[in-house]
Ligand binder design. Structure first.
Ligand code: BGC
Length: 409
C-alpha cells in the first residue's frame, strides 16, 4: 500500500533534454568528436510547458529535473539572473499544473570554465560547488522544497576516470590494454587516456564529490533550514546465491559501490534519492532478458536497492528507474514490476516517498547519443514531435490504482 501523499512521476536532466547547452564540458567533447552531438536535444528549454501538460495528463503529481550549472554560472563567480528567471518559470509551470518539483542541482555536465580548470580535481571544488548550490537554492526555494546536490557520484567518477567513456576520458589499464572492451563499443571515438593509476583518480574524485556534497549541504542549510537536501545515489543491488564466497563478494561490492560514499555523506542528508537500474546476483547462471542498453531486466529487485539505502534511516525518493525499450514492448510490464518492488519495500518498513520513472522524454543518452529510448513520451528527432507511448497510459492506470482515497497515511 502506498502512502496517501506518495509522489508519482518521471525525471529528466537538463543537458539530456533542454538543448543549447553549449558552454559545457560535454558540448566541448562533442565539438572535439569524442561524444555524440546533443544540439537542440528535445528543445525542452522552450517546450517545457507543453511537456508538463503531457505529464499532467499522464497523472503525474511530481517531476524531477535538473538545473544546468553552465547556464547559471557561465563564468566563474558570475551568475546569470535571466537563467534563474527561466528556471523560476519552469517551477511555476509545474506548480500551476499541481506537479511537485524535485530539483537536481548538478547532473553530470560541468561549465566549461570549471572543467578546464580541473573540475572536481580542484582543491577548492567543494567551495565552488557549494557557492553555486547555495545561490540557486536561495533564488528558487520559495518555489521548491526538494533539492538534490549531485546525481550519481559513482557513475560520474567511474565513467570519466575508470572507463574513459565520459569527459575527461581517463581509463584504467596498461597502455594499449582493453582496446575493444567498452560499454558503448565506441572507444575509438572517446580516445581515452589509459592510466595505471586511474583507480587513485577515481578515489580522489569520489572523495571530492562527497566533500562537495557535504559543503553544499552545510551552506544551504545554514540559510535555508526548511528545504530538503539530498544526494541522488545510483544503487546497484549486489546479491548472491548463498555461496559464502559469493556472499562475501556481494558485501564487498555493495560497500565499494554504495557504502563507501554513503558513509561519507550520511550526516549531511535530509533524504536519499535512489536511481535503480541494476541487480547483480553472484552465482546466478540464469539468462535474463535485456533492455536496449543490454542491461538485465530485473525491475522488482528495486526492492533490494531500497533496502540497501534504508539502513541510513532517511526518507527515500525513487528519483530514477526505467529502461530503454524502443518498441515499448516491455515498458508497461517493467514499470508494473518496479512499482510492486517499491510496494514490497514499503510493506517491509522502508520509508519510500516517490516513484519517478526515467524518463519523461526520449533523451540524449550520453555516449550513446539519441539511439536509446527511455521515454514515456517518444520524440521524433527530426520534427521534435511528441508521441505518448502506450506504456505511459498503463503507468497512469497504476498511479490511479495506487492513489485511491483509502490508501493509508
Ligand atoms: C542517469 C541518466 C541516464 C540514465 C540511463 C542514470 O544513470 O542519471 O542521466 O540517462 O541513467 O542510463
Amino acid at each position: 500500500m502506498f502512502p496517501k501523499h506518495f509522489y508519482w512521476g518521471a525525471s529528466t536532466a537538463s543537458y539530456q533534454v533542454e538543448g543549447g547547452n553549449d558552454n559545457t564540458d560535454w558540448a566541448a567533447a562533442a565539438r572535439a568528436g569524442r561524444v555524440p552531438e546533443c544540439g537542440r536535444a528535445c528543445d525542452h528549454y522552450h517546450r517545457f510547458e507543453a511537456d508538463f501538460d503531457i505529464a499532467k495528463e499522464l497523472g503525474h503529481n511530481a517531476h524531477r529535473f535538473s538545473i544546468e550549472w553552465a547556464r547559471i554560472e557561465p563564468e566563474e563567480g558570475m551568475f546569470d539572473e535571466r537563467e534563474i528567471a527561466h528556471y523560476r518559470e519552469v517551477l511555476q509551470a509545474l506548480q500551476e499544473r499541481g506537479i511537485t518539483p524535485f530539483v537536481t542541482l548538478w547532473h553530470f555536465t560541468l561549465p566549461e570554465w570549471f572543467a578546464k580548470s580541473g573540475g572536481f580535481e580542484r582543491d577548492d571544488a567543494p567551495e565552488i560547488f557549494a557557492r553555486y548550490c547555495e545561490y540557486v537554492v536561495s533564488e528558487l526555494s520559495d518555489l521548491c522544497d526538494h533539492f538534490s546536490t549531485i546525481n550519481e557520484p559513482n557513475v560520474y567518477a567511474s565513467l570519466g576516470w575508470l572507463k574513459g567513456l565520459w569527459p575527461p576520458f581517463e581509463r584504467f589499464g596498461f597502455i594499449g590494454m582493453f582496446k575493444t572492451v567498452t560499454e558503448s563499443g565506441d572507444l575509438t571515438k572517446a580516445r581515452p587516456k589509459t592510466r595505471l593509476l586511474a583507480p587513485l583518480s577515481y578515489y580522489r574524485i569520489s572523495k571530492s564529490l562527497a566533500n562537495s556534497h557535504n559543503r553544499a549541504y552545510e551552506r544551504i542549510k545554514s540559510t535555508h533550514t526548511n528545504v530538503n537536501v539530498s544526494i541522488v545515489k545510483h544503487t546497484v543491488a549486489f546479491d548472491s546465491d548463498g555461496n559464502p564466497f559469493n556472499s562475501f563478494l556481494a558485501r564487498i561490492s555493495n560497500y565499494l559501490w554504495t557504502g563507501w560514499f554513503m558513509n561519507r555523506v550520511q550526516n549531511h542528508l535530509d533524504a536519499i534519492g535512489l536511481n535503480y537500474y541494476h541487480y547483480t546476483k553472484y552465482g546466478d547462471r540464469d539468462e535474463h532478458e535485456k533492455t536496449d542498453m543490454g542491461w538485465d531486466m530485473q525491475p522488482s529487485h528495486i526492492y533490494d536497492a531500497i533496502m540497501i539505502l534504508a539502513r541510513y534511516q532517511k526518507p527515500i525518493y525513487v528519483t530514477e528507474a526505467g529502461l530503454a525499450d524502443d518498441d515499448d514492448s516491455h515498458r508497461a510490464w517493467y514499470i508494473k514490476e518496479q512499482v510492486s518492488g517499491v510496494a514490497c519495500a514499503i510493506a517491509d518498513g522502508a520509508d519510500v516517498r516517490s516513484h519517478m520513472y526515467w524518463s519523461l522524454l526520449d533523451n540524449y543518452e550520453w555516449a550513446f547519443g539519441f539511439g536509446k529510448r527511455f521515454g514515456l513520451v517518444a520524440i521524433d528527432c527530426e520534427t521534435l514531435e511528441r508521441t505518448v507511448r502506450p506504456s505511459a497510459w498503463e503507468y497512469k492506470k497504476l498511479i490511479e490504482a495506487n492513489s485511491s482515497v483509502d490508501a493509508v497515511e
